[in-house]
Design a protein around this ligand. Structure first.
Ligand SMILES: [Zn+2]
Length: 160
């Protein structure tokens, strides 16, 4: 099983745009069960993403990256599942989805589908805002920064 697939190796570009980002030091400290679980979830998320793309009748969906972390806000009040952000694929930046591995590891299929749909909606909204800003000749895209509770801008990465 490949964890990161480049477009040069890809036979299925929709499924292959889901990446498990493994921090070189952190990943080795995770238990084998967590590592195997995250690899399975990457494949499960790729399947869900492909199913969403097929039902939506679109050839492209935002890329997804899953990090081997847990994200919590400074007050530790909850676990943050994901956010819309910038995802780099083959050196090119895309509006994409970033997920924290800890909540993803325990999420059922329906919850993962709901999470992806929610974050994809943010991606399309960000794209719409950026296009509108570009048409107005603006370069300041700070209006796209997350303002609601799903933001992880002030969150803290936690080891698990
Ligand atoms: Zn949100």
């Amino acid at each position: 099983m490949r964890l990161v697939r480049s477009r040069w190796q890809s036979h299925d570009p929709v499924r292959d745009q889901v990446f498990l980002r493994q921090h070189p030091l952190r990943w080795k400290k995770l238990s084998i069960d967590i590592r195997i679980g995250l690899r399975k979830k990457r494949d499960e998320i790729a399947d869900i993403r492909a199913a969403i793309a097929e039902r939506a009748k679109v050839p492209f969906m935002p890329p997804v990256e899953i990090f081997d972390v847990a994200w919590v806000p400074p007050d530790l009040s909850r676990c943050i599942s994901g956010k819309a952000g910038v995802v780099v694929v083959d050196g090119r930046t895309h509006f994409g989805v970033q997920l924290a591995g800890a909540p993803v590891l325990f999420a059922e299929v329906d919850a993962l589908r709901g999470l992806l749909l929610h974050e994809f909606a943010h991606c399309f909204w960000n794209l719409q805002v950026s296009l509108a800003s570009t048409e107005r000749g603006e370069r300041d895209w700070t209006c796209m920064l997350p303002r609601r509770s799903c933001s992880t801008r002030q969150s803290t990465e936690r080891r698990w």
